[in-house]
Structures are given as C-alpha cells and as structure tokens.
Design a binder for this molecule. Structure first.
Ligand code: 1CP
Length: 347
C-alpha cells in the first residue's frame, strides 16, 4: 500500500497529515464522468465493472484524494431483493414504481444473496483494487437498513416520509420484520464486498435524521449495530454516517464502529469532546462552501482543522456529497488545502 493514511486514520494511528476524500467524489462535477455518462445510462454504468472501475479511479487521478469509493448506488440492494428500480435521465431521479405498502409486499422481499445478485459490484471492487495497485485504499458501502427501507416504502425521495412513518407507528412489528431482513442482507453484502477487496466500508444512513431520537435508536441505529457486530470478525474499518444525528453521537460510537461520519450541522470539536478519543471522526465541511472563492474554501478547511485540534483520528470529508455543479478547481483547492494545512496539526 503506497498511501495508507486513510486506513491509519480509521484506526486512530499516527499520520503526518489528515487524509481526505469526498462523498460522491465520482460524479457529475467531473467532465470525465459526464463523458462516460453520455454514452451509458446510470444503471448500466453501475452494472459494468470496467466502467464502474474507470469512474471510481477518476477522482484519484484528477484530484489526488486519499481513498477511492466504489462507484455504485445504495438502491441496487432493493433491486437485488426483488424490487423494480427505474432511474430516469434528467430531473426524475431513481424510483421504485411498486413501493412496499402491504404486509404481503414485505413478506415477499427476499434476503439478499450478494454473490449471485450483486456480483457486478463485487467484480467492480476486485477489478478496481487491481487497477489501483495500492495507490490508495478502496472503500465499499451500503445504505443503512432504515435508509433503504425509506426508499422501498416511499418509492423515491420524500419530503415528509409519510408512508414509512405510518408503517413504524401503525405496524411496528412489520416495520421491524423488513428492517431485520435488510440488516441481514446488508451484513452479507458488506462481508462480500470486503472479501472482494474493499479495505473499509461505509454505512450511509442518509435519512436517520428525519426520526425522533427514540425512533432513530429503535428503527435505525439498532440495525446498524447488528451490522457492525457482524463485521467485527473481518477487522475492517466501518464508518457510520447518520446524517443530522448529532443528538446521538455517543450511541453511534457505542455501536463499535471505527469512525463516525459527521454532517456540517455539528461542530467537529464539540463532537470530538463528546465522543472522546475512542472513535475516529470523518467530516465535516458544508458541501455548499465549495461554491465560494478558493481563499474562502481554504479558510473554512483551516477552521475545521483547528476545531478538531491536534492528534490522530480525523478523516477530512464534506458533511454530505459533493454537488453536481461544483467547479473542479474548487474541489482541487479543498483537497490541496487539507493536505497542506493539516501537517501543522500532526506534530
Ligand atoms: O449520473 C448521475 O446523474 C446519477 C447521479 C448519482 C450518482 C453519481 C446517483 C443517483 N447515484 C450516484 C452514485 C453514488 N450514490 C455513490 C458513488 C460513489 C461516490 O463517489 O461517492 C454513492 C456512495 C451513492 C450513495 C447514495 N445513493 C445515497 C447515500 C449517500 C447520500 O448522498 O446521501 C443515496 C441516498 C442514494 C440515492 C440516490 N442515487 C442517485 C440519486 C439522485 C439519489 C437520491 C434520490 C433521492 O433522494 O431523491
């Protein structure tokens, strides 16, 4: 491994500077990604290992990030469990035309066999790892059971999540049945990704923050903890990113994950004090700051480095995915600023 800063930071070991990567770093803001997408629809790109590997490596070559994240999507999991998935070009976005709305629908959902149904992701990981040849570590990922269930029951992104909330409040046992199937499936999926070459895995709980604290613990974090436990024997770093869940950092840390992903709504210094030096922290610049002038981007990077303070266990990232129309030069300034300015904090 030529650059293992990211893996060292996950384990809270000493590094000479803070490693940095960006959620959604393979994406539309890169002209090279748009060139591939002009010739290929989104799901074909996900399902063709050579193309997925190509776009996974683009930000490593163009921006020199310290980790690659496999190009895929969280929504291939419900598709592999038997749901039809449609991704429309343009503003439509991904959707499930037949969302889960009855007990029968939920009973029909099959536990995932990743080696059969998501072999394309595993093949993409093996191929990408081979091409990377140790330049940077490769991250695998999955949606959390709660976030996947939200899409499966709503059918698409939602403003108030009426249907999934109706399910947890009116039929909690049935909601738990679905979440249990998803937790087993995600654990099998992430184990298979690790076997295929993923050197760390991230669980995206994009919609954990729409719940009350109690409901978050019961319907989201409980299942994330099951998955973290299942992965312990692999000794592979697990990053848990629950967006808008600053209220539960101690509980997230108690799952035994190696790193907590932070969104920008919580001060990273406060988060570090709360968690103590037991769990690494990943984050947390507001992705919208990348629209501002390069000098301002650098200033904001320095503020986060100062708030985290001296020492190990910080993986720099945005607080959510990079937006599709960010100028590439601004993304480069972000990466370079972290690399240059963080050395002072690692004496
Ligand atoms: O090319 C395109 O225009 C499609 C846009 C796109 C991309 C680039 C989608 C559709 N997915 C992706 C890739 C993707 N998705 C990655 C790639 C690896 C990387 O570089 O980071 C990852 C990690 C994801 C994960 C993902 N998909 C999440 C969790 C992270 C997050 O952003 O909160 C979620 C919620 C999705 C669902 C999804 N996929 C795509 C869209 C537009 C959405 C959001 C749907 C909605 O809520 O309406």
């Amino acid at each position: 491994m030529i650059n293992d800063l990211f893996l060292k930071a996950c384990h809270r070991q000493h590094t000479y500077r803070t490693p940095v990567w960006m959620m959604r770093q393979a994406g539309r803001y890169l002209p090279e990604y748009r060139a591939v997408r002009e010739k290929t629809d989104f799901l074909t790109l996900c399902k063709t290992p050579e193309l997925a590997a190509e776009v996974t490596i683009q930000p490593v070559e163009i921006l020199s990030v310290d980790a690659a994240i496999i190009f895929s999507d969280i929504l291939v999991v419900p598709e592999a469990m038997g749901m039809e998935l449609i991704v429309e070009e343009g503003s439509g976005g991904p959707r499930f035309p037949h969302p889960l709305r009855t007990t029968n629908d939920i009973d029909n959902i099959q536990i995932l066999d990743p080696t059969k149904k998501l072999k394309f992701v595993l093949d993409a990981l093996s191929l990408t790892k081979k091409i990377l040849a140790g330049r940077v570590p490769l991250i695998g990922f999955s949606g959390s059971p709660w976030t996947l269930a939200s899409y499966m029951v709503e059918g698409h992104g939602s403003k108030n999540f009426r249907f999934i909330k109706e399910l947890i409040y009116n039929e909690p046992k049935i909601a738990h049945k679905l979440l249990d199937k998803l937790a087993r499936s995600v654990a099998l999926y992430l184990k298979a990704q690790i076997e295929a070459g993923a050197q760390a895995v991230q669980i995206f709980d994009t919609w954990g923050g729409i719940l009350t604290q109690d409901a978050f613990h019961e319907f989201s974090l409980y299942y994330i903890e099951q998955i973290v436990n299942e992965l312990k024997s692999t000794d592979t770093p697990v990053i848990v990113f629950c967006k808008d869940c600053g209220h539960s950092l101690n509980k997230i840390s108690a799952t035994g994950c190696h790193a907590i992903g932070l969104d920008w709504s919580i001060d990273i210094g406060t988060a570090r004090n709360l968690i103590g030096d037991t769990t690494a922290i990943q984050g947390n610049m507001d992705p919208v700051i990348l629209y501002s002038k390069p000098e301002r981007i650098r200033y904001e990077v320095i503020q986060i480095l100062k708030k985290y303070g001296n020492g190990n266990g910080h993986i720099f990232n945005l607080g959510h995915g990079i937006l599709p129309d960010i100028p590439v030069d601004h993304a480069k300034e972000f990466i370079n600023a972290v690399k240059e300015e963080s050395i002072a904090f690692h004496s």
